[in-house]
Design a protein around this ligand. Structure first.
Ligand code: ADP
Ligand code: ASP
Ligand code: MG
Length: 430
């Protein structure tokens, strides 16, 4: 019988230096020895991507996005070749491939491309030859045969897209944290570990800024039914650990019963004074300048829009070519959108109310708030984001609400069934 395929992804901190690369090589070899055909996706070493970005900006304020892709994709190439060497040294055969060699085809949006299709022919050939295949994360090739990158944190998406295309048994995303927590454990050390989480809840958490898993990776995983694990690189291979992200049916342990907290930091904020009939002009202006907002609110007299710091050049270029007759205010300070995340949060206004109370009582400026199915969000200056997350976590998580935020119905009914079964048994035993 064919051995199952496992895709593992190791992030920047896990491959930050040769010693850590050797530890990763050891963990990869353990997976191979336990009977898996292994494909490993790697990120650039440590802060390499940031350093390359900085060098580009020392040369020019407006680096062309095509050239940024050529530059940044080199970071992952370094890790892939070194990891392959480390695996050879352990006596196993390995081969490294770039994104384009791995058949990762993307659209042509440089610096923030989307994967359109994966044709992993060369990977399949090498797996058949019993090799461990190492793939450079975060990159692909557009249909114009140009090298593209997938947006910051995009190696997770490479791993999941490959796992789907190869019909892998599972995909492990390994980093410096042992899974998903109810808040960033670096900021809230008491955050609760989440053992299992649905795709929907995880995607909402990731889109709200929990960078432990990239949001696009979750979308792929859900679409193709990939079983996704977030684990610590330091965990022993094969031992149950971390967080399992999977379909939400029949899950007992959905831990978003109280909202989690996530933060999108370093955002650029624009207020556009425009009437409703100007909205198509604004949308066309964004499209022409390849701008995608992280978040936008379209009102009768104005539009509020948030953009990623990474898109600052595009924003600056767009502002140099403003549509006539529309006044645009670019707020100078960097802002953070902090969200309480839990399914159905918009159905109960007390989450928003309590959140605003907590922040304003501490004299933190809240510029605006908004809700959607999974989020109640607050916009604040970036410099307040840590304090705000701590206040919200303490206040919200210690508060008892009328509404229990939603675990999926099937899980809830199973939970309540299990509870009533338990109390029946307790009664019987009395
Ligand atoms: P990698 O470089 O391996 O891809 P990342 O830095 O992208 O790793 O993601 C891991 C980091 O995500 C952790 O160090 C942690 O600080 C942060 N993080 C943010 N929110 C969460 C959360 N809810 N659960 C776990 N980690 C989180
Ligand atoms: N190296 C890229 C980054 O730092 C991609 C990744 O790590 O996933 O964003
Ligand atoms: Mg990451």
């Amino acid at each position: 019988m064919e051995q199952p395929i496992l895709v593992q992804k190791y992030g920047g901190s896990s491959v930050a230096d040769p010693r850590r690369l050797q530890q990763v090589a050891q963990r990869v070899v353990e997976a191979r020895q336990q009977g898996y055909r292994v494909v490993v996706v790697v990120s650039a070493m440590g802060d390499t991507t940031d350093q390359l970005m900085q060098m580009a900006h020392e040369i020019t304020d407006h680096p062309p996005r095509r050239e940024l892709d050529m530059l940044l994709s080199a970071g992952e190439r370094i890790s892939m070749a070194l990891l392959s060497m480390a695996i050879h040294k352990l006596g196993h055969e390995a081969i490294s491939f770039t994104g384009s060699q791995s058949g990762i085809l993307t659209n042509d949006r440089h610096f923030d491309a989307r994967i359109i299709e994966v044709r992993p022919v060369r990977i399949q050939d090498e797996l058949e030859r019993n090799k461990i295949v190492i793939v450079a994360g975060f990159q692909g090739m557009s249909y114009k045969r140009e090298i593209t990158t997938l947006g910051r944190g995009g190696s997770d998406t490479t791993a999941v897209a490959l796992a789907a295309a190869l019909k892998a048994e599972a995909c492990e995303i390994c980093s410096d944290v042992d899974g998903v927590y109810s808040a960033d454990p670096r900021i809230i050390p008491k955050a609760e570990h989440i053992a299992e989480i649905s795709y929907d809840a995880m995607e909402a958490l990731a889109r709200a800024g929990a960078k432990v898993l990239h949001a696009d990776a979750i979308t792929w995983a859900q679409k193709h039914g990939v079983a996704l694990y977030a684990r610590a690189t330091s965990s022993k291979f094969g031992q149950p650990s971390g967080t399992l992200v999977r379909c939400d049916r029949d899950l007992e342990d959905i831990s978003l019963l109280r909202p989690a907290i996530a933060c999108q930091d370093k955002l650029l904020w624009m207020t556009i004074e425009a009437q409703t009939h100007h909205h198509p002009t604004i949308a066309a202006w964004w499209t022409n300048h390849k701008l995608t907002s992280v978040n936008s609110q379209w009102h009768t007299h104005h539009v509020e829009a948030l953009f990623r710091h990474n898109d600052r050049e595009l924003v600056a270029q767009a502002l140099d070519h403003q549509p006539p007759g529309i006044t645009i205010q670019r707020h100078p300070e960097s802002v953070a959108l902090i969200s309480l995340v839990g399914e159905g949060i918009d159905r109960d206004p007390q989450w928003l109310q309590h959140g605003i109370d907590l922040l304003t009582q501490a004299s933190l400026p809240v510029y605006f708030t908004q809700t959607d199915t999974f989020r109640a969000s607050f916009l604040l200056p970036s410099q307040c984001q840590e304090q705000a997350q701590k206040l919200l976590y303490q206040g919200i998580r210690s508060h008892t609400y009328n509404t229990v935020l939603q675990a999926p119905r099937s899980a809830r009914s199973q939970k309540s069934k299990a509870k009533s079964q338990k109390s029946l048994e307790e009664k019987k035993n009395k």
